[in-house]
Structure formats: structure tokens, C-alpha cells
Design a protein around this ligand. Sequence first.
Ligand SMILES: [Zn+2]
Ligand SMILES: [Zn+2]
Ligand SMILES: [Zn+2]
Ligand SMILES: [Zn+2]
Ligand SMILES: [Zn+2]
Ligand SMILES: [Zn+2]
Length: 1854
Amino acid sequence: MIQRMQDIWWKTLRELDALKRYLVLCPQTYDYKFDNSVRKLIRRALFHAVSDGGQYLAHFFPGEQYENGFETSGNVSGEAFEYGSSPKYDSGSESDDWVLTPQARAAHPRRPCARVFLKGEPIYRCLTCGLDETCAMCADCYDADAHKDHVVYINICMRSNNGGTCDCGDPEAWVGDVKCKHYTKEQKSDKDIPVPLQASLLGTLEVVLDYVIDVMNGTDICYLSEKHQTPAAFIDHSNSCDLDPAYYELVPDPNSEQYYLMLYNDYVRHYRDAVQRIHMATRKVPEFAEMVAKEIEKYGKAKVWSGTVKELLEKQLSLGATGLHSLIRSHRDVFREDMCDEIIRWIKSITESAFFQDYQLPRDVLCRAFCSKWGHGENRIPDDYPYQTGRMNNGLIPIIPRVRSHHNPDYWNIEAKRWELPEDICLECSYNLEAGRENDFQGEPFVGSRFQYLLYFDIRFWSSVRATLHSIYVTSLISNLRYKNTISCQYVDIYPSIADMFLRVDREPETSFMCDLSTQLFTTPTDATAIVKHGDLTRILSTIYGFLTMDCIVPPEGVDLSKQVLLSSLNNRKWGQVFFDLGYIINRNEETRLLFTGNFVRQACDVIALFQSRPIVVRAAKEHVEFESNDYTLYFSALSVICRFSEAIAKSASKLPHADFFLVESTLTTLVDLLSSIDKGEYRGIVPGTLDVAPSLVKQWSGLGINAIVSEYPVHLQNVSFLHPLHSFFSWLIELCSQKTPQNLLALANQQYVGMYPLLPYDYSLRSIVLLAQIKVGFWVRNGFSIKNQLHIYRHTSVRECGFMRDVFLCQSLTSSYPPDDVCLLFFYRWSLMPWVSGQVQNYSVYDKANLPGIVEECLNFFVWLLTENMHLKGLSEDYLTRTVIRKEIIHSLCFQSLSFSKIVSEVPEHVANLKKFEAVLKDLALYTPPSGLNDAGIYKLKEKYFDEVDPYYIHLTSNKRDDAIKLVKERIHKRTRKPLNDIYIEPRVSESNIPAFAGAGNFTTSILFAKFLHSTLNYTLQGDATNNESIIDLVLHVIHACAYEKSVTSTYRSFYNIMMDEHDGSSVASYMCHMLTIEGFKSYHSKIRGIFGVFVSKYQDVADILSQKFPALKKALEVDATATGAEPEAEHKRRTAKERRERVMAEFKKKQSQFAATNKVDTMDESDVEMVEADEAFAWKFPEEHCILCQMPSAEEEVFGIISHLSNAASFRKVPFNDEFWLTKAFTGSSDEDSHGELNEATRTYFDEVKAKSVFGPGFPSTSLDNVESRPVLSSCGHGMHFTCYKNYLVNIKSRQNQITRTVPENTEDREFLCPLCKAVNNVFVPVLWNVNNKSLSELLSRDADGKWHEPFDRIAVIEDESLVLEIQEKIKDEVIARAKHCVKSKYLKFFEAETSPVVEKCVIVIESVFHGLQKLNRPFLFDGDFSGLVVNTIESVEIALRGVSPEGGQIFDQLSHQVLTNLRVWNEFRNLNSAMLAMKEETDLPSFLDDVVANYQILASDEMIPCIEQGADLFESLVSCHIVETSGFSYPRTVRLCLMWHILQTAYSLTSQILQNMPLWSRILNLPLVSNLEANDLVCALYVFETMKNGLSPEIDVSNLTGSPQFGSVFYSMLVKCCVPYLRRCAIWAYVQCDNHSGIAVEECLSQENQLCSLLRIPPLTEIFSTFVTSGQYENQRLHSFASYLTRNNLNHINASKVEYPGIISLINLPERMDDFFTRYYYKDLNHENADPAVCLFCGAVVQIQGSSIGSRIGQCNLHVEKECISECGIFLVPRYCTLLLLWKGKGSFYKAPYLDPHGELDEEPRHGKPLYLNQKRYNAFVRNIWLNHGVQNAIARNLESVIDIGGWETL
Ligand SMILES: [Zn+2]
Ligand SMILES: [Zn+2]
Ligand SMILES: [Zn+2]
Ligand SMILES: [Zn+2]
Ligand SMILES: [Zn+2]
Ligand SMILES: [Zn+2]
């Protein structure tokens, strides 16, 4: 056995030696030319090695594919394989050879899923199950049932890299047992893997990884300094990169003579910019620059030049001047790097193979190869290099140099402990074997693991390799639970050097692995704990400290406390990452004690202190210079990062076990110690005087019986900063820990300030609040905008929670723990309101008259906050606090009106709206109404019960909002209680704290100073006019009201009641209020005052008696004034009228605004042309009036007026694709009603559901073949009119204008296109409008019905022989045609018919000729025969198609025609009539005349001569239209309709029969087709009879018993026939209406099926009756049927040349995915090679093409190519899922159009960056299909879009 093992190893080693040789020789072998065929050969060689010489290839490639790939010819040793040779496959272009097909990756048996989220995929986060908000699940793992009623947050991954991974199956990510069905599967046993395969797998991985490291080790050329960049240095360096012959089998490694200039990616420049620069520097053709730039973007680097070093150095200089990053590398070295790229791709591909997915062992082997040491570095000795970011030390990983700073306190020195990793893994990878080797902090440069080298070389790689490597790390390394800790340890060991590179030199930090690895590793509790134990927190802290202060990384002993933050470092946003990492570790660390027993907190404080008190508000009042440094934005944005870090520490402290709570106390002591040393000016990092730290001038104050000290610090004179992160930390410690410790932390903290002004720690917060107030009232005008901006950031952005709210909390802490007099003294000193308090308002020094009331108001506000804002005083859980914050914001924005989601978000501070719980809270609070129309959005309405939570004095409401809220609340109370509005007042929301430490938050209200303040304020308001001081009165009463409850006052002090009754100068607060009650001007406050007294009366019964002695009237006043009339007090009245006026002005403004929008916004027009103009309800329908949109003149006698129109091809004419199961079913499902589901039978519904489940989108209509789609010319028009002369001039103008501009113009002038000057619709013909009104009678047209002997006139004409009879008929026709044309023509054109002339008639003739000419030019393939029947027919048919699926809502089909469509149809129809009349009037010639044709038409139609025509697919509606109905000869409209209908039925029956016979496999599907509703027994008999007759005529030999034997078949065939008749009947009805508008007297039987209703309208018998005539022998129809059958037999027409059936169902584009992300998860990423592309789906055929994809040199994209070459369609309509938009294309031009998708809030996703899941809105999709596609609006939508954009500049504008 042992012998056997050794054999195996020897063999493997031999094999590996061969591989090494191959790797070294590769560049030479392939002549230094790297291409796809070389890639393939490398893969082949790697597979040879890894499968033990091809032995076990089947483990990677199951099946036969590569069985003899190596031609080992039975020789087990594998010597026959020559690495360098070509395999037996042709080494040509097939780069797909030797590529593993990636497996669908849902399965992850017994291990974490670790699927990387790709762009466009959904990420599911269950906030209920996840350990925190970072825990995520992929679409495969997420099971909605498992998370019922949980708070689930879905977002769409918007990043193309670093999107995170799925945590399913990770035991440390979830609170509960979250394992999906893919986890619980059993894994295959590793015993199945042969030992030799194990050996070769490990060996191969080790060899190739070592090779990659060796190659990359040589690439540190980028760190050569400038002066070394001589040709010789380059060549030397390149030669020194020869691979070590000792390791690589003593093979020589010759270098190449030639070099490349390589260009590299960076994330600074944009693509366009880069192209420009490359173009400039290279001076080559622009296509070259574009190609290089594309390569760089895709791959990360590109070759720009090849040549000698000397040549390249010059070129590099010119490239360097453009700022692009380039390097000169030898061909060999570049070749090797490309080999590395292929090797790493190969590793990734095998990790995705079934072999790795099914077994555990290969995954372990992979980790082992990565975690083991680099193969041959053991005997290297470190060089004497100085440390330089990113460089190696003789192949060893360097460590940060150990420089000791002079200002480094002892507590930064730490001892490292050895990592606690599993022994077996340490041995296996020879890592972490003893302390002091690789990872303690004293060590020397060391030999790292392969993983560490790869991390270290990360920035040397290019983006393509980086991305591949990171994906291997996260999916295969980190997700391996056995190795996870080891990997984490190896990462942390070199973290400082990695951070150094990331922060300082990485060109493309977005591709760095740091965010990914940190998030994955540091959020694992075991890893986080290990890191804390090992002592790495300190190393990470010193890393960031060094970077922020010195722009270099220092070890802990290098921390220099005398340094300040560098703005340049702060400007580099990347540093936040390090704090995120720290935050993760601290949050997830499980041994909390460790954080507080060592010196970590002290060190953290040093880091936090870097931001303390910075920057100060700069003022230059004296110099009268107005400036302010803009650094504040940098500091403000840093603050939230820093504070999140300190908050994390405080949270950890609160998790300490009870016994360890003394640690909190010592932490607090440490912190306060630091604060006091700062205040004393002893802390080195903060220099007193420059910041807001100043030696405090403590002064003694006495008066009013108080003797106290206070410190002088006038806010308006001294430095003040908003940022005090140390104090925020202090506040969090107190808040989070106070409730858990028996010690009063406040008292403890307060002891530290002995000998100084004891209130100092709280003073900073107070100063900030006072400064805010001063800014708000406009005290700091000089500083202008920037200071207002600081106010905004501090008060309303994320800084709010860690700045402003902390300040309020600290002030509450202050009031809770210090004597009221001391506190109030400080308050009023800081507010500079002492003179106010002492009643000396007149001689004020600080605030002028204008500012003073504002400051008093703000101060009152401040007291309201202190008394009512108690969120942080109650020890609420974090989750509850977050929810409360969100809840309050939502309630106070939704209470005024219901809003859409985006509106809510714009009202709420961004940081609140961004919280993941936001939507969940919103759902609880509000009712949601989804959008119902085509342009609205979903609306949220606050639930009734939450209105009770509206608090007008909510701390974050602006004063305007406060007024609105007061009104709102009062009105609601009024509604509920019916109390008069005057009697209603608002109760303050005060409650007690349940934490003893904060029980006295209201103590300050008992100070005499506070009483004096209230006293002065009331006095002030009583002096003035009540209406001028509304806010102050309102607030002061509210403060008194809140104080009256005395809820947060401890018994040590006097009560508020006492101080309220205290008299000063003969009056008291109470007496002032009594006084107010007697003043009419204060009437609106009386109820509030009564409310206040009410509170006192309930507590102090004698209060009323005491006061009544002085105010006899009081008792009466206190009783609710029951007799009060509803009269509005004057103040209220004034306020109301002012408000009303404001509202009026606003409404006026709004109106103007929307008017403006309506006239200036083209956007609203592209919705649908249909709704633009609706006919006014006039009696007779009018043709467009003569109003020229160009010259704006009304009619002109001499001018011919007309409308512009568009002749284009439409491909909406479809045939039933009988061989396509889906579309066949769809064609016969639901023909008319929007909601056809009613008639869907069970089988069809099941079938559609199955298809939907299987296909994410589509299936596409088979529209790539002409068989199924027909493109025909149709006419459309925007209906706008102009004079012919103006039209001509306009065309000339356009031409000359186009020569001047270069942008993309929407119209193709060479195709005669022009835009309507008014609505920008594309048009290309002018058609005259010579008519007034259409008042022809419809009932007259339909007067002669088609019953009984209806066919007699036709029989007569069919057999006509008498020439004179023909002439007679012709004459009749002529008369009728002319009469029809003259009917509604304008009088000025009547001469036209009398062969007379006039100027306008002459002009008219010219116009008509020009129309002919124009149409001919436009439509060459269309045989223009001088008759417009074809065009009118096509247009009516396309109009009918567009109307399918629109519910007629009780009316007739023609009632659905829009005015615009009707105008178009009627104008052209009359033009056709005119033309016919002209032809009829023409003198006879030799050719068959027009009249001959008409008669001949009738003769064919009336006889069996018609049979060959319909067999070949004649369109019977067209036959009908070409007939020129001749009433006088008995060919009435109904009769002709019936005749053509008969032929139509025969044609359909014939085609259906032959198609059915041809598609036998689909018979079962056909039998399940849905049926028409009102089937009668006789119908089936008729249908079967017709089928059998046709079938016997076609192919009597085919056995159809399977079909006809089914009882279902007759009904199905009948239903199919009927459905095919419906479009014909609808068209007949539309045409009748186009001719005649006057439809009075038309009565249609109600409540019939659509087809019968149409029959009734058209005066023909119901279909069932008509069908029965086919069966009844002797009937006209029956005879024709048999003639048809015998014609078929006679001509032996079997089913081979079957004609097609027109598609009778609703014509639609393909089904879209229900959710946009389905496209990616369920379709696009199933094939993993798609990762970075922009797919577009053709909505006709379902083909997927690349939107950006175009080959170099071809300007035409794949989409355009598809439209032009592959799909039969006149336009392109694509869905672009990445950007959630539609792409419209028309003749090579294109634009985007909003896709019919809405986010969960019923809103259009204008910015797909939001990453919300998007849901299909079928209604909007249907509207798009109808209004844009079927109504020929694509070109108009594009034109309007292009017109409104100045420069569309390519697709990049996305
Ligand atoms: Zn998953
Ligand atoms: Zn899973
Ligand atoms: Zn859950
Ligand atoms: Zn005009
Ligand atoms: Zn127009
Ligand atoms: Zn297509």
C-alpha cells in the first residue's frame, strides 16, 4: 500500500515537473504572441496536469468530449503528451475548446451558498432572521414561505463588482436556523475521488499559483523612481525577472528583445476622456484610440505600442503628459502576465465545475494550496531596502517599519498573542506555527502564504484578473468554513500594508478586494473575536492614525499625538473603509471584556480626538471680511463615520455582563480624564486657543439669593465648533450604560472636574445649540451661505443623530445632575440672555431689537426639547429607537397630505429614508393605493389612528410646519369633540424617565432664574401687541404647560408651582397669566391658560383661591366659557386671511406653471397621439378647418389647404404560425376583450401558466420569417394642416437648415421626411382637404339588407352577355362615383367636376399630381395603380388591429376611433373617391377603363372565377373596398359584404383545414383551444361538414379520425372560423363609418356576441345562420363550397402549398418578465459568461442582443443590425433590462422610452440606481403596444425625443 502511494507521488511529481518546464518555456514556444489559441493550449496543458496526465479528465468533463484529448495511447506515464504541441484539434479560432461549462449553482450542500450577486440580481435581506442588515440571500436561496411576516428588504444589485455574496448556510450569519432547500441536500462522498487525482489537483494548483506569484513578483517596475527609468535600467530589470532555474527544472528563461508600452486603467477618467487623450498622444486614427480604450475598460490594460525600450520611452513621455498610467514591459513579461490571467480564469472555472460543487475535498485542496506558503521563498534573506508602499523585500512580504515616535504614550504599546487556529491546518499550511514568525509585530519581512502574496500583488494586477481573483476568494475560499479563520488571520496579518496600498496607491480602488473581504470576514463573530484577542485592533487604529495625520502607515509605537489631521488625507474618501472594518470587528466581537480591559479605549479616544472641536466657525466681524473655510464639509462628512465607530464601542460596553460593569465606569473615567486634560490644555493633540478650547474664566455670580459660579464664554465672540465626537462618545456611554449600572454614571463623570468649572463637559453642546439659534435668527449674516449650510448639515442630515441630538441629550444629562440654579445660570449666560432674565431688556449689548425676539423664541424651543424630547432618556432598544425615529418622520410628513413614496422620501431626511427598516415602518403606518392610470403613482395615506401621534412641537419640525401642525391637530380635536376651536389647546407630551439618572431632567424649571426668565418673557409679550409675538406667546405658554406637570422634577428642589407663584416686582408668572385672561387680544390663548391652571388646580386645590384674592375675576375666567360664540378672534382671523391669500397666490402660480408645462413640454404629447384632439359634439363631422399652422392664416380663397400625412410600412400584419404551439394558441384566444381570461378554458390557462413558468420572457413571435409577418404600407397622420404653398416653402427651409447643423436630426430628408412644425410628428406626404362636412347617412348605406334573395343582382352580372347592359351598368357606376365625390366637396372646387376652371381648381390639379408623384416616389415596391384602395384597405386593417382588445364599452367599434385616426381615414377615403371620379370622367382609351375594371371585379366576385384568387390568398376586405358599391344596380353594401364574407369563410376554412392537416403533432393542442361562447348544436354539424368537404378536396387519404372522432373538434373548428371572421366584419363596420358619419337611425340588437352584433349592424344574418347555408344543399353558399372542393381535387392542391390564416387574436409584443430582475436570475445569468454586458431583448422575436456590442469599424450596433437583417419589422423595439428602459429604433435612429415597469411604490424608476425591484405593469405595457407601436408612433416618439435633446452623443448618455 505504501509502495503504491509513493508511486503515485513520484508520478505526480514527474508530471508537475513537466508542467513547470512548460510554463517557463511557454512565451518562447509561442513566439511571444499571446492570443486565443494560446489560451486554449494553456488550458489544455493545465487540464492535462490536473487530471493526472489525462487519467481523470472525466471528473471535469463528464461525457465523451475530450476522452482522447491527450492521445496518451495507453501509456500511463503520460510521457506521450507534449505540452507545447497542438492538440489534435485544429488550433484555429475555436477558443471555446477546453472550457468548462459552468454549473447552475443553486445547490450548495452542507456549506454556505456564497453566490456572488451580479448586477441586476435581487438581494433579499430578512431583517428578522439576519444577524444584522448585512446578511443577504440570493434569489435561489430565498424562500418567501420561510420568511412569512418577517421584515424582508429586497433590493437589486447595482454594482458590477463587489456586490456581496449570499450568506445562506453560513452558521454565523443568522439568528435562527436559516437553511434553504439547496443546503439540505446530501454531499457526495469524498471517498469517490481517486488518490492520484487528489495529488495532481493539489500539485497543479501549487505549481500554477507559485508561477503566478513568481511572475507578479517581477512587476514592481512601477515602483522604480523617475531617475531609474533609463533604457538600460528597464532591460536590466526585465532580465532580472528570469524565473528561478532552481525551481523551474533548470530551464533557461530567455527574454525577448521587443517591448510593449502598456496602458492601464484608472477610475479617475471617463471613457470618452480617455479616448481623447489616447488619440492625442498616439496620433493614430480615432478607431485605434477607441479600440485601446475599450480594451482597457474591459480588460484593465492594453498594448499601445511595440518597439525597443528607447523608442517606447519617448512615447511614454507623451502619454504620461496626458496623465494616463503606462509602463514599458518586455514581450516575454507581458506574455507571462497574460498567462497568469488565463491561469486564474482556469482556476475559477474549475471551482465552478460539478467536481467542485459536488464534493468537499477539492474545495479543501484549493484552500490548502492558497493558504500554504509560497513554494520557494524559504531560503531568501531580506534586503536592506527601506519600506516602500507596495514593494517586496527580496521576494518577502515587508512589514511596516518600526519607527518610534517621540510623542507616543505607553498605552499604545501592545503585546501580540499567537492566533488560535486549528493545529492541523497550521501544520498543513505551515502557518502560525510559533509566535514571532509571520504575524507578531516585531517580526522581519517574511514568507507569506500564496493567498497573502496574491493580496499583496492585487494592485499589480489589472481589473480583469482582480475581479476573477476576488470572485474565487469569496465563493471558494472564505465560504470554506474549515479555513475561514485561517484566511481571516492571514488577511489581518498584512492588513496595514494592504491598507497602505489601498489608501495611497491603488488606481482602481473600486476593484479592490478590501470591502468584500472585510465585510465577509470581519462580520463573522469568531473571526472578529480572534482579531480582538490577537491585538489587531490597535494595529488597525495606528494604521488609520498614521494615514490621517502623516499620510503614511505607522505601527502602534509610531502614533504621534502631536500631529493634526491632514486635509489631504481627509479628502481621500477611502479611509472610511478602515473605520467600517473596525466597526464590524467591534460589533461582532464576542469577548466584550477584552475591549475594555486593555488600552483599546484610550487608543480609540486618541483617534476620535483627531476630529474633536474641528473646525471652528471662522468669523471676521472686526475686519469686515466675509469668509469661511470650506473644510467644514470634509469634517462634517467624517463625523458620522467617526461617531459610528465610537457608538459601536459604547454599544459593546452596554453588552458587558453585570459583574464587569465596573469596566464601564473605568472607561468613563478614562474618557472624562481625557476631556479634562483637553480643557486644561494638557492634551498634546489639541492646542488651546486655535480651537474652541479655551481656559475657562470661572466667575462668581450672586443675586436673587443665589451664589454660584459660572464660566464666561460668549458664543458670539469666542471660537465655537459643531463637532465634538468625544462628547458624542461620552453621551453614548452614559445613555447606553446608565440603565444597567447601579452606579450613577452622571455623578461619576461629574466628579472628574474637580478644580475646574464642573459643568464644562456639557458646555460644548450648549454652545453648539446657541450658535445654531444665532444662525437661524440671522445673527451671523456676514458668514452668509456657508454658515447656513452648516446649520442645515448639523440639523437635518445624518450628522443630526450624532451631533445635534447628542447635544440635546447632553443638556438633558446636565439638567438631570446639577443644581437648577447652576444650570440655569449657565443656560442664560450661554444664550446671552442674562439681561433679559433680570428685566433689563432696554440696554442690550449682544442682540439688537430685530434678533432678540428670535433668540428668545429659540431659547423657548430649547426648553420645550429639554422637557418633551425624551427618546434617549428611556433606555429604549436600538431597534425600537430606529423605528421611532422613522415613525416620527413619516407621521410628521404624511399628516398634512397623502404622498407618493418619492415625495415622502424628499420630505424626510435622507439618512432616515435610507434606513433599511424605513419601508417596513411606512407599511405599518400608511395605507397604500396603487396607481390606476397610465401616468400616476402609488399613494400613501397615513392611517387614522396615527394622527394622534402628531406633535406640533416635535423637535425636527420647522416653525412653519409647526403652525400647520397646530392647526391640523386642533381641527381634528374639533371634529372629534365638537368643541369650538377656541376652546381647544394642545397638551404637551411629557413623560417621566424610568432611569433614575435622568429622573431630574426637568429640575432646572425650579430655579428662580428660570422663573425670572418666564416672568420677563410674559411681561414682554404683555407690553406689546399679541399678534406680533404669536410664536413667543405660544411657546412660553407651552413651556409653562409642560412644566406644570412637574413630571421630571426630583423632590430635592422646590416645585415649579412655587416659583410660578413667586412675585417679582409685584407680579408673578401666575399673575401675568391671570392678567392675560382678562385681555381680549389674548383670547386665542385663553383656553391654553385655562388648561395650565387646570393642571395646577388638580394638584394644588388652593391655587384658585389664592389667586382669586388678587384677581377676583379669575374664578369665572377659569370656568370654560360655555356661552362663547363661535366668533373668530381677530388674531385668528388675521392669520387665516393671510394664509388664504397665500394659498390663492400659490394656486395661481401652480396654474400658470402647468399651463407653461402644457405649452412647452413635448413630453406629454408622446403619450399618445390619440388623445390629442377630440371632436367637439357637433352635429355633422367636420373635416379639418382651413387653419394653416405655418402662416397662421385661416382660409384663403386662392390656396389649397391640406393635412400632412405619413406613408410608412407597418409590420403588424401577422399570420397564424401553425407550427408554433404558443402563438397558435394565443391567436385563437381572446379576440376582442381586454380581459380575455373569462373565456379561457382550463386547459389553455394551465398551458399559458406552464409557458410562463418556463420562459422568463416571450416566447417571441416567429417574426424572422416572411411566412408569418407581412409588412404593408399604411397611412397615418398627426392631423395638422397647412397651405400647399407654405408646405413647399417649409420643405425648402428644412433642407437648408439641415446643412448647417451637425447633430442627429430626427428626419431623413432623402426619404422626403419632415417633422410637423407643431407636434414634431414625422410626415412625408401632403394630402389636400377639399371637403367641408361629412353628413352622409349610414342608415342609407346599410338600407338594403342581405337576406333572402340577396345574391340575385350578383347572379345577374355574373352571366351578363349583353354589351348594352354592361354599358348601362357602367353609366350607373360613373354617376354614382361622381355623385359620391361631389357630395361634400367645398363649393370652390365644384368647378372641378364640370370641366371648368378657376385659379384654385388649377392649383388643385397641381396638388393632386404632386400627391401621386410623392406616393410613387415613396413606395417603389408597392404597385401604385392609380387607385388608393390598397392604401385605404391597409390603413383600415391596421386601425382595426390596433383596436383589438379595447373594450367597446357598449358602443360600436367605430366609436373607438380617435378623431385623429378618423380624420386621416376620411381625408384619404375622400381623396380616393375624388380620384375614382377623375378616372371615371376620363375619356375612353384602348386600355380597359376604370369602369371596365369595376364591372369585371363584380363579375369575378360573383362567379367561381373567384376560387383561384381566394385559394392564392386574396384579401376579401380589399375586394369589398375595390368594388365601388353601386347601390343603383342592387349591389348594396350589406349584400356585397355578405358575398365577400362567404368567400372569406371559404378561404379561411380551406386554409385552416390544410394547416391543421399539415401540423398533426399539434392536434391535441388544437382540440384544447377555447371556444366561442354561444355555440349551438347545429354549428358543430356545419363546421364538421365544411371541414370534411375541404379535407376531401385536399387530401382524402389522410386519416383524421383522431380529430373528427373527438367530440370537441366540431366546436373548435367552428370557433376558429368565427374568430377569423370577426376582423373582417370589424373592418367592414369601420369602413362604412368612414364613409358616412351620420349614423342616426342605426339600431343594433344588444346583448349579442361581438360577431353577431356586427352582423346586425351590417344588416346581414347572424353567422350561425350563414354557416347553416353551407350545409343546406341548393343554397348559394353550399354550391360554392362544393365548387371549391372540386376545384381543389381537380387541381390536385394538397396541403403542401397551404395558404396562411390571418392572425385573428390580439396582436401583441412578447410577454415581459413579471419582475425585471427575473430576466437576470432566471435567464441571463444561467449562463455565467454574461457577467458584464448590456443585453437588449427584441420585443418581436425575443432575441437577445448586446446593446453596446458593435464590431470595431462598424458604426452600427447589434440592435440596429437585428432590426435590419434579422427581424421583419419596420422599427425596433427592445427592452434594455439593465437600465429598465425601452429602446426604440427607426431607420437607424433611436431613443429610449420609459419601460412599463413600476417599483413597489407604484412609481416609475427614473433613476435605476435606487435598486428597487421593478414590477411589470401590464396595463401600461398594453397601452404602449397600442399607442406607440400599433398606431405607428415609434418614429414620432423618437423624433420628439431627438428634437428635445440638444446632443444625444451616443448611448453612453445612459
Ligand atoms: Zn444563495
Ligand atoms: Zn441556500
Ligand atoms: Zn426571516
Ligand atoms: Zn399657410
Ligand atoms: Zn402635427
Ligand atoms: Zn427580433
